[in-house]
Write a protein that binds this ligand. Structure first.
Ligand code: ADP
Ligand code: ZN
Length: 620
């Protein structure tokens, strides 16, 4: 007879086609199969789903998965069915006859997994139906939705505590990718998970490469980035305003990038259509405000770009976390500049929020700025923010091309004196452009008009160029050593902090980014560094380069198959599986079964077709 452990591993391999468990998956499955409750904290892409899907297949009875996102539910059910699992969903998107059919299947014990929206579950009729059946488990996905302070709060989630009373014998497993301790506590309390074991994984996403660049010509920078590094691939571009979203999407479209806009100002049919196309089609770029993304489960998003500064590290981490869920290399790419800082600070000052709220928001923004200007490993910085200590990663811009740190005290003094002298000479202040022209000794019309060529700071800053001066200005503003008056033509002003620098009480270390030679060409294979996934497993060691022709042929086949079945392409096979096939070039069903992501059902369904493609395209 098989032990529980080997049964779980057999399901992993036969149904899902994977060779080994990741991280704590096996312990979690074990704990749930033994009837225990748990709270699972794992980053996006960490592999939460298997933690309840496998126990649901192992334990007698129906596994009930509560999920707030209907669109996501459909895709998960589609993916499970592709793998041969008997799954269905019950939610408001279903018509009456379809819902009837699902309920009939539930009653007849014909399902292993039922996905259900919380409001549907809480209807007495549903609870009564479930009460009459053997149940394997309840999985509560996106469990942070119980948190009243979080932005994903769903009132029905609080009522899920009723499950503990009505089904005391059924193990419950709550899952979330939200890391902080306060949310964790709230979940345990509100869901009545008193005895639950808490499983916390590392929140590191080693396959994501973090990069931050100075904003010069953002659209062109973005276009270059996409064309050079991600042509024809899926990505998300985040912008702050609806207007920017529209403009950037139209710009990309004109330049031949398949882009779609998404923001709360579009009607819901358009939003849905764009989201649907982004998820189903290969190589779409979604340009969006932060209204987009919750519950986007697309595994092959190759990059997340920020054209505007996010307001907090939490937000940034969540947004960038949507890249590379499949574990293949992905980029988190951002440009930011002085105007971002000025604008966000100004918006904050203008807001009607109370003093406490403003203070918290300002602190969060400062942490985000600190991240942008940091000279150390980005990942160290990010994870430190979430209370996790790691060593430098080797896969961020600062690790790959360490920025120079220089003593900017003298430069800062020159800049501050120049701000002061210009103001003194004219009786009013000036913006960065004028101050920099004066420092560089440029006799522009505006310089001469104000007689600034005659003041003592004219031409004292020739050792730096205009770009370097802008970077000094930005870093000083960020540290509040000077400020920008947003209401008066973005005039620069001295602050209390300026005095300290001018008096010589403060040494300034500034950052200088070296020319970025970070672009990576089409390198789609799993990162082959010594980095390991949260699990401890190497992120992917793959033999030899793949056969590009086979890979493209497989992609075309996948697209057609997905269309025929009316499912997203990735539910047929993930990119990583197609890479592996194009690399290993299997010639028999047996060899194909050894490829990660090819389970028994998919082998039966698609095996022959795949072998034919390899045969025809790779030759013999
Ligand atoms: P989460 O819900 O935590 O964001 P998922 O459950 O969607 O993550 O898993 C992320 C991806 O990793 C999925 O494509 C899944 O198939 C894959 N995956 C999960 N566990 C394993 C494993 N043990 N081996 C290989 N791939 C896995
Ligand atoms: Zn690093």
């Amino acid at each position: 007879m098989l032990t529980e452990d080997s049964r779980a591993r057999r399901i992993l391999s036969e149904v899902f086609g994977y060779a080994a468990f990741r991280g704590q998956q096996e312990q979690i499955i074990d704990h749930t199969c033994g009837g225990g409750d748990s709270l699972v904290l794992m980053p996006t892409g960490g592999g939460k789903s298997l933690c309840y899907q496998i126990p649901a297949l192992m334990r007698p009875g129906l596994g009930v998965v509560i999920s707030p996102l209907i669109a996501l539910m459909q895709d998960q059910v589609a993916a499970l069915r592709e793998a041969g699992v008997r799954a269905a969903a019950l939610n408001s998107a279903l018509g009456w006859p379809e819902a009837q059919k699902v309920e009939r299947q539930v009653r007849a014990g014909e399902l292993d997994l039922l996905y259900v929206a919380p409001e549907r579950l809480l209807q007495e009729r549903t609870l009564a139906m479930l009460g009459a059946l053997p149940l394997a488990l309840f999985a509560i996905d996106e469990a942070h939705c119980v948190s009243q302070w979080g932005h994903d709060f769903r009132p029905e989630y609080i009522q899920l505590a009723v499950l503990a009373e009505r089904f005391p014998e059924v193990p419950r497993i709550a899952l979330t990718a939200t890391a902080d301790a306060a949310t964790r506590k709230e979940i345990l309390e509100r869901l009545g998970l008193r005895e639950a074991r808490v499983f916390i994984s590392s929140f590191d996403r080693p396959n994501i490469r973090y990069r931050v660049a100075e904003k010069a010509n953002p659209r062109k920078q973005l276009l270059d980035f996409i064309n050079k590094e991600h042509p024809g691939e899926s990505g998300i571009v985040y912008c702050l305003s609806r207007a920017t979203v529209e403009a950037v999407a139209a710009f990309l479209e004109r330049q031949g990038v398949a882009a779609l806009p998404y923001h709360a100002g579009l009607d819901s049919a358009t939003r849905e259509d764009h989201q649907e196309r982004f998820i189903r089609e290969d190589g779409r770029v979604m340009v969006a405000t932060i209204a987009f993304g919750m519950g986007i489960d697309k595994p092959d998003v190759r990059f997340v770009a920020h054209l505007d500064l996010p307001k907090s590290v939490e937000g940034y981490y969540q947004e960038t976390g949507r890249a590379g869920r499949d574990g293949l290399p992905a980029d988190a790419w951002m440009v930011y500049g002085l105007s971002d800082v000025v604008q966000l600070r100004w918006m904050l000052e203008q807001s009607e929020a109370g003093a406490d709220h403003k203070r918290v928001t300002a602190t969060k923004l400062d942490a985000m700025l600190g991240y942008c200007e940091s000279v150390e490993c980005r990942r160290v910085r990010l994870l430190d923010y979430f209370g996790e200590a790691i060593t430098p990663c080797g896969n961020c811009d600062n690790c790959l091309v360490p920025p120079e740190v220089w003593d900017g005290t003298e430069a800062a003094r020159k800049l501050m004196s120049c701000i002061y002298r210009c103001q003194e000479a004219s009786g009013f202040g000036f913006g960065a452009q004028q101050i920099i022209d004066v420092l560089l000794g440029k006799r522009t019309v505006k310089v001469e008009q104000h007689g600034h060529e005659r003041i003592s700071t004219f031409g004292i800053g020739a050792e730096l160029d205009a770009g370097q001066w802008r970077s000094v200005v930005r870093q000083l503003v960020m540290q509040r050593l000077i400020e920008v008056d947003h209401e008066r033509f973005n005039v620069l002003r001295l602050t209390a902090g300026s005095r300290e620098v001018l008096r010589g009480d403060r040494v300034l270390r500034l950052r200088r980014q070296r020319a970025q030679a970070l672009g990576r060409r089409k390198e789609r294979r799993p990162v082959d560094t010594a980095r390991v996934a949260p699990s401890g497993e190497a992120v992917g060691a793959v033999a030899g380069p793949e056969n590009e022709a086979v890979y493209q042929a497989l992609r075309t086949w996948r697209m057609e198959t997905a269309r025929e079945h009316g499912v997203p392409a990735y539910t047929v096979f993930h990119d990583s599986t197609l890479h592996a096939i194009a690399t290993e070039l299997p010639r028999s069903l047996e060899a194909l079964h050894g490829v990660s992501g090819v389970g028994v059902t998919k082998l039966e369904r698609y095996g022959k077709q795949l072998l034919a493609i390899v045969e025809q395209t790779a030759g013999s």
